[in-house]
Write a new protein. Structure first.
Length: 135
């Protein structure tokens, strides 16, 4: 079982209701039991999520998330074996849709509007590490 980090981006499905708190409470329970850690940023329109843990757990979690109709157009940004976790203290750290967070991520972006699908995995990780936790 190899330690693995996976990053994906997706779009909110505006036709389905999305309640961050509700989703997070069940996701965190599942992640704890699978020893999956990570971070999720919701921009108001898109999700950027990092999942880290054993390869089997990360793979299983990603496939479950990918079937969720609350988001769509899921794009895999990267999936690598890694030496250590970055978000080891969070069963799923959540960064909300704030002005501060948006401005911060633009520091790592080549465009002047947010286009996470055009950012490298390293930039996305660096950006997420620099955000303020919302919940
Ligand atoms: C943006 C987003 C992020 C999610 N993150 C996680 C997560 O980190 N872990 C998890 O188990 N479920 C996560 N979920 C929820 C799963 O998609 C799924 O609803 C949940 O794991 C329960 O699966 P089940 O309905 O097949 O039992 C996320 C859903 C969305 C829309």
């Amino acid at each position: 079982m190899l330690l693995t980090r996976l990053i994906y981006v997706s779009d909110l499905n505006a036709d389905v209701s999305f309640e961050a708190e509700q989703m997070l409470s069940s996701a965190r329970k599942l992640n704890k039991s699978n020893f999956v850690t990570g971070a999720l940023w919701f921009t108001g329109a898109q999700f950027i999520q990092v999942l880290e843990g054993g390869r089997h757990a990360v793979s299983e979690t990603y496939h479950r998330i990918a079937k969720d109709t609350r988001h769509q157009n899921i794009e895999l940004v990267s999936c690598n074996t890694v030496d250590e976790r970055i978000f080891q203290d969070w069963s799923m750290g959540f960064f909300g849709d704030t002005e501060t967070n948006r401005a911060q991520v633009l520091k790592f972006s080549v465009t002047d509007s947010l286009q996470p699908e055009r950012m490298t995995a390293d930039s996305l990780l660096a950006a997420l590490r620099s955000l303020e936790l919302s919940e």
